[in-house]
Every structure is written in structure tokens, then in C-alpha cells.
Design a protein around this ligand. Sequence first.
Ligand code: G6P
Length: 633
Amino acid sequence: MCGIIGYSGRRPAVPIILDGLRRLEYRGYDSAGVVVCGAERLLGEKERGRLDNLVRLLALRPLAATTGVGHTRWATHGPPSKENSHPHYSQDETFAVVHNGIIENFHDLRRGLERRGVRFRSQTDTEVIVHLIAQGYEGDLLEAFRRALEQLRGAYAVLLVSSRHPDEILAARHGSPLIVGVGEGENFLASDVPAILPYTRRAIYLKENRVARVTPAGVEVYDLAATARGRGARTSDGDGAGDGAARAARLERSSTTRVVTIDLDIKAAEKEGFDHFMVKEIHEQPRAIEETMRGRVRGGEVVFDDFPLSPARLRKFNRVSIIACGTAWHAGLVAKFAIEEFARMSVDAVISSEFRYANLVLGRRDLVIAVSQSGETADTLAGVREARRLGATVVTICNVVGSSIPRESNAVLYTHAGPEVAVASTKAYTTQMALLLLFALRLARARGAAPRDRVAAVLEQMRALPGMVRETIGNDRTIRQIAAKYHKVYNYLFVGRRYNYPTAFEGALKLKEISYIHAEGYQAGELKHGPIALVDGSFPTVAICVRSPVYEKMLSNIQEIKARGGLVLAVASKSDRRVSRLVDWLVRVPDTDECLSPILAVIPLQLLAYHVSVRRGLDPDRPRNLAKSVTVE
Ligand code: G6P
């Protein structure tokens, strides 16, 4: 989940690398580093902490060159420190690498290298790569790179530079994302699109097990696994990408490389005047939902163009499993209710890291829905591979076009929320719920499980969703006041029922992610089985009490909390007249069908977490210890 960038061209490399790293900082930010190919030797700097530290250092000690690479780190092996920061160098400092991913067999490789006299300078798994390259180098950089990759097990996107080949960057991808930006007389490499957008819109999404050689003059792509295919290489953790790369005996020039034009607004990747990406992304939700629904509702029905699963195929499934992590899992929990309600199928919503190691009973009649904003989450990807191995069909709900999980699924539906930069997910969540609901309705119609007019009525309300989301965001002032009053509290409880117990989970997750306040989400019916013991006058409970078949039950739960002197902040429907009499603070959301209510009810909770975080003097976009895209197990 680190960010990597490379530049090879005619302009000074360092400003371009630093600019790219800034756009990739959401991928990791505990340290940063650059290395460039100087006239006779590699020149580099690295620094612990945020990118600004490195920028300050480079202002004092500028590095002049036109080819180089950079890295922003999220620690996996070895704590954040200068020594563990990338780039990592060979002993004679003629080779340097930056890496994203995990080398699983690095212990063995390190021991072997140490026996041959190599002295390691860091605790990272990455450092073995550069020493292997140095050991295997006999004048042909590409061949030395291949030999090193051959020995690695795990996941990597890795960039290599060498003072002996000063105009060239070698890159390899195996289980971690990497793109090549194609320019005029200059070329780029990056973990993600925003890093290269100011410079070029032409890109190659490097496929699994590909190696790229990037120079100012051009890009060559090689197929690393050409000789490994068909051997069914798998690692012990069930990761189908496994050690496929390790079996390659030679590199073959790839014949299937495509340069695509990225159709993404650069503005979308920037803050546009908001203080933080998170609040910008909260405000983008009406548009993101509109984009997600665009063209998918026609004549009172859901239409997915180019969707490869026919209604006949959708009818054949008898069970659904939803797999996801974090916020995406909460969207999956909401979808469970929707699919059960409309398509009348039994649904499980399982956390990917549990799913991949469960004693799965899956087969051809199982539909697995993977939900992932990034499309790169390692556990979800492994779950997808396992589900497919067992014969299930996988449909992915994803926000990042061309990412790994969609590529390995049978079908994909994209959320079109635009890049989500803040670590805490907001617009990805609401668009996931909207798209999953559309999918539930599509499934329902294919299976003849829901009457046409019921589906048409829900779709009619969905049309109004962007406006209702906008109206809900309009509560910002009230939520700011609540945050001002309760930002110093140590614990929060969030409760809801049915479609909105996942909202309670999500509200609690948002608050702990960015405010570091302990918060728990609970099904309100469980209050009496434990959490109500916590309630006293200083302990706020956030209750989701919108119109639903369990509305009266929620009112009783709120009364139970009030009877024990508890403090209640409620999210209620606009037309409601009863909740307001019971609670301490109230935020209203437009009245809507219960199946749509989680999309509205979560918005005040997103804003609450945001304002509490800001009040506490924290950076909501970059919470400590977390990363946006968790590409390691
Ligand atoms: C990380 C992020 C969360 C996200 C989760 C799943 O924990 O911080 O915001 O919900 O990963 O990510 P995905 O990209 O698969 O939705």
C-alpha cells in the first residue's frame, strides 16, 4: 500500500517525482524517499514522516537528474525509520529499488544473502530485492532484474534504477498495482493514476507478471510469466497470483499491451477549496450517486449495459455471499437486507479475511459479490480467487476501473464515484450501497421475485436520492454544534436496526478511524445484552431511528437509554414528531423507503466524525496507522 513513482525524460526528475508522491500520499505516509540517476552515481534522499520532511530536505540539498524514482511508505516490515524508508540500495550503491507489497520469503533470501557476505542496512523485506539484483548483474540489467524476480514470493510492484544504465527504469508488477504513463520524450510509472495526470493521459495498466523498461524514448513491456502459465502455481495462502513469476525462465516481449486514454478530471483528484479531501468527498456524494445511477435505470427497470450475466444465469444461483473489508463490508451488510427483501435469496455478508480461510461450501450455484472501493484489497482479492477456484461466479462492485479485483471477477459493476483520496471512505460507501441496491433489484426482476411496480417505485425514489443527500448534507451546522459539544468524550455507542444496524457500525468506524475515539456499533436489540451497562450521563449514544418496520422498537431502545440517564443523539426522519421529544440532539433526514435510508442516515455520521476529528486538531484525511488501500494481508 505504499505509493511509487518513476520518471524518465528530459525535465528535472525530482519536482515531478515529488508532485506525484504528493498525489499518492494517501497510500502511505510514514516516510518518503527519492533516488535519481546522477552523472556518475545514484543520488538519493529519504526522510522519516510526511512527504514535507523530504521536500524540505531536498530544498537544502537539490538533486539534479532527469531519471529517477520515488516512494511514500506504509510500514509492513520494520518500523517507520530513515533506514527502513525506500529507496533501498545495493552495497556498492549502483542499484536502487522502491517497492510496494510484501516479499513473503524474504527471511530465507536474506539469510542466503548474508551467508554470501551481504550486509543489510534495514529491516525491510524490500532490501533483499536490490541485493539479489546486484548479485545477478553481469552487464544486462533486464536479465539481472528477471533473475531477482524469479526468486521472490509474495506481492510486489517494484521499480529499479542503476547508475550503470542512467536513462532507464525497470518496473515489475506481481500482485500490486502499477501503471505506465506514456508521454512525448518522457515516460512515467506510478501506483495510481492521479500521480501522472498532470503530465499525460495516456497510460498502460501493467498486467500481472509484466515487466516494463521505461526510458525517455519509449516503453517496452515484457511478459514475465510467459513460461509459468499452465503450471497452476499457487502460494500456501491461496493467492492464485502466487509465485507464478518465480517460475519464469525468460522474458518475452508482450504482444497484448494497450495504451488507453484516461478519462478523468484532474480537478477530481484535488481538494477544490475544501479544507480536507474527506469533507470534499462527503459533499461530492449527490453527484457521485447520480453518476453511479446514470444510464442504469430505464423504463422503471434496472439496466446494466455490457453485463455478461444473463437473466437466465442470474436465475440459476441459489445463494449469495458478499465479501468485503471495512466500510465496503458495511455496504455488503446493507445489501444483504436488500437482496433478501427483493430477490428473496439467502445472503451472507462475510469479512474477506475470514471468508478466505473459512471451510467454504461453495459451488456453481453460488453467486459471490465482492465489494471494494480500490479493487486492490488483498484479502478480498484472495477471497475472489478462492470463490472462483471453487466454481462460484463472482460479481465485483468497485470504484477503480481496471484494478485487480474486477480483472479477476466474472463481471464487474463500477461505482463511478471518482477517486476517493481520504483514507476514511464516504462517497465510495454511499455509491456502493446505491449500486448494490440496483443490483438487488436487477436480480429480483431476473428471478421474478419482486413485482414490477414495487421495483419501479423504489427506482422512482432513487431518482430523488441525489437531492435528498444534498438536503441531508445541509444539516452540517447542527452537526458542527454537536461536534463542538462532544468532541472530548472518550466513548461513543452507535445503534440501529435492520437496514440501519450497518449504519451504526459505519458511524462507529468513521469516528474511531479519524478521531481515535473509542466507538462501538451495535444492533439496538443487543443493548440489553451488554452495552447498556456502559450508559451514564457522560456517554453519548447515536441512535438511527428513521421510519421503518422497527421504528417503534428503536423508540423503546432510546427510552431505555434515557431511563438510565444516557445522552442520545438521533438521526430521524423529517416527518417524525416523536423522537424529538425524547432525545438530546436531533438530525433529520428526508423520508424515504427503508432500503434507501442507510444512504441518507450515514451522512450525518460521516460529518460528525469529520468535525470531531477537526475539533480534536487531527488530520482527518490521513489517520495514524491506517492506509487507503490495504494491498497486503
Ligand atoms: C481500508 C480503508 C477503508 C476501506 C477498506 C476496504 O481499511 O481504510 O476505508 O473500507 O480498506 O477497502 P476497499 O478498497 O476494498 O473498499
